[in-house]
Design a protein around this ligand. Structure first.
Ligand code: XMP
Length: 604
């Protein structure tokens, strides 16, 4: 089945993915598009949404996108920056000023299908510096907004031009704070663009069965089963489309798995009826050999990715004599991050896109049935395919596993003096004590990879470090991309980095700590409220005691592309502290407080 689609042009606004998600929840397929994509790409859609952006339309920032978009004869809805670009393109005027933050009341001036189901006044969410002050010919002012009672109304908060099929809203319909925003996006996709609401998980499955059969024909399919939701759902789709005997599953224990994970995964796959060609190889030694003496995060990723492919090829030769296809559980954010926009490609190499896999993709030998889906949609699909609740609620786990959570060091690392000085000063300004760790980790700042020091905050209670304080410190401190709270010991003592790489001994310690954190989250009933909680080992010794500093990194997120630090209650914190500090190897415990950006979820 072919689905009507809306293209969401991502100008780098924080919420572009939310726009796509919300349109999809109205059962219309939506896809993120690069602003500089060729005209042919835009022509595929029945409607286009132009997203918001950190750029200023009034100053012609980010204006080097493909303006052929405006030649399309399909409806275009601009949001915030997109709204201003539409106004400007068609002879209107945008100025720097008239900014509104947060909640506002939108007052509709006209009846229009875009606002079907909206009262005359509705609560909306605003976040802009620039505003539209004039519109070109054919445009109608559809609504105004005010940020509080008695405050002057802002004009042109919505504009429409039915003849040209151009629409714009200054507010963000994609965020939940715009109470009827979902309805507006559904109205746009269905009533204005005329898209049929056929994008359901049931239809998606049917389409994927069909596509898989046509693409693969009678060839065998090989799949690396990590035990995560994505690869398991992929396996079930392929098995149902082709029959279980065509699908070969290989679970590799790469030595970088969590405690007792491989055993559990094999049992799970068997319980799902995927045991027919289920293969297992313990390649832990091979992976660890490759990682000997390596401390650079990107190099670690390359080695892990390449070793996966080498083991896969070797194993495949054992039981597949002729050409086979490779199935992967790649999901939408992965393809966007690696292939599409400028960003995460430089931030980290995704293990599904190492050079050898890229080559197979070019040869047309890779199938990725989930490549259009967000994690929440994969979970819906998993439920349809009979995955247990326990499997569906599992936190995501990265392909390179604990390899990216075991930080390595040569042993001579030191914190930069200037960075340390400025960090301590910034912290003081906010009434906190702070020092810089002599170790760097990966982060993302202004859409670019950063590799910077981590700052540690102490001397106040954890509850006092609210998001605003941490955000301000991170914003003002130079050369820092993360902040963590010192949970144990209470005061920092002399500390030093020790030389350490990814070794079995370190991984075993990390597995122990990770399993304790996992238990605590479950016991306190907060496992489901958290997107993911990586536990990271730093080869950093405080006061000459123990071997590793353990970092707990709880985050809330809905797609993993942005994240907020999850905040523990005092009871959880005490429990974590008591259990982890009783392990001999634990020298210190940190709780990461960083959002993404400027940190990433994994430390690397
Ligand atoms: P970052 O660290 O970039 O992670 O903020 C975002 C999300 O992606 C997961 N992640 C990966 N998943 N292969 C995966 O399948 C990878 O190479 C990989 N690297 C990061 C990470 O755990 C988080 O959920």
């Amino acid at each position: 089945m072919k689905h009507d689609a809306v293209g969401v042009v991502d100008f780098g606004g924080q919420y572009a993915h939310l726009i796509a998600t919300k349109i999809r929840s109205a059962k219309v397929y939506a896809e993120i598009v690069d602003p500089n994509a060729p005209f042919e790409v835009f022509k595929r859609f029945k409607g286009i949404v132009l997203s918001g952006s950190p750029a200023l339309s009034s100053k012609d920032e980010a204006s080097d996108y493909n303006h052929e978009i405006f030649e399309l004869d399909v409806p275009i809805l601009g949001i915030c920056f997109g709204h201003q670009e539409i106004a400007k393109h068609y002879g209107g005027k945008v100025v720097h000023g008239g900014r509104e933050w947060g909640y506002a009341i939108f007052r509709r001036l006209i009846e229009h299908p875009l606002f079907e189901g909206w009262q005359v006044e509705e609560q909306v969410f605003m976040s802009h510096y620039d505003s539209v002050v004039e519109v070109g010919e054919g445009f109608v002012e559809a609504g105004r907004s005010r940020v509080g009672e008695g405050v002057d109304e802002q004009r042109f908060s919505a504009i429409v031009n039915d003849k040209a099929k151009r629409y714009g809203v200054q507010f963000h319909p994609e965020v939940d704070d715009t109470v009827k925003g979902d309805l507006l996006l559904a109205n746009f996709a269905i009533k204005i663009c005329g898209c049929k609401p056929t994008w359901t998980m049931e239809n998606f499955l049917e389409t994927k069965f069909q596509e898989t059969k046509e693409f693969v024909k009678d060839k065998p399919v090989f799949l690396l089963a990590s035990g995560g939701v994505d690869s398991t759902v992929t396996a079930l789709i392929v098995a149902k489309a082709l029959g279980g005997d065509k699908l070969h599953l290989l679970h590799i224990d790469n030595g970088l798995m969590r405690k007792d994970e491989s055993k559990g995964i094999l049992k799970q796959l068997e319980a799902l009826g995927l045991s027919k060609n289920l293969h297992f190889v313990d390649a832990g030694e091979e992976f660890l050999r490759g990682l000997e003496g390596v401390f650079d995060p990107e190099q670690k990723r390359q080695i892990i990715g390449d070793t996966f492919v080498e083991v896969l090829k070797k194993e495949a030769q054992k039981f597949l004599s002729h050409e086979y296809f490779l199935a992967q559980g790649t999901i939408y954010p992965d393809t966007i991050e690696t292939g599409g926009t400028k960003r995460a490609h430089t931030i980290k190499t995704h293990h599904n896109r190492v050079p050898l896999i890229r080559k197979m993709i070019e040869e047309g030998r890779v199938i990725e049935p989930l490549r259009e889906l967000y994690k929440s949609e994969v979970r819906q699909l998993g439920a349809l395919l009979g995955l247990s609740r326990e499997m569906l609620r599992r936190h995501p786990f990265p392909g390179p596993g604990l390899g990216v959570r075991c930080l390595c060091a040569r042993g001579d690392e030191k914190a930069d003096d200037e960075v340390a000085l400025s960090f301590a000063e910034v912290c003081k300004k906010y009434g906190v004590q702070g020092f810089v760790l002599p170790l760097k980790s990966v982060g993302v700042k202004a859409d670019m990879r950063s590799y910077e020091f981590a700052g540690v905050l102490w001397g106040v209670r954890y509850e006092e470090l609210d998001e605003g304080v941490v955000g301000a410190i991170l914003k003002e401190a130079e050369g820092i991309n993360r902040c963590a709270y010192l949970l144990y010991p209470e005061k920092p003592s002399e500390h030093a980095v020790r030389q350490a790489y990814v070794t079995k001994e370190r991984l075993d310690m990390l597995r122990e700590a990770d399993s304790i954190v996992d238990q605590v989250l479950r016991i306190h009933g907060i496992y489901d409220a958290i997107w993911q909680c990586p536990v990271v080992a730093l080869p950093l010794v405080f006061g000459g005691m123990g071997l590793e500093t353990v970092v707990i990194r709880p985050v809330q997120s809905s797609r993993g592309m942005t994240a907020r630090a999850y905040r523990f209650s005092e009871a959880v914190l005490l429990d974590l502290k008591a259990r982890l500090s009783s392990l001999d190897f634990v020298s210190a415990i940190l709780v990461d407080l960083t959002s993404k950006p400027p940190g990433t979820i994994e430390w690397e």
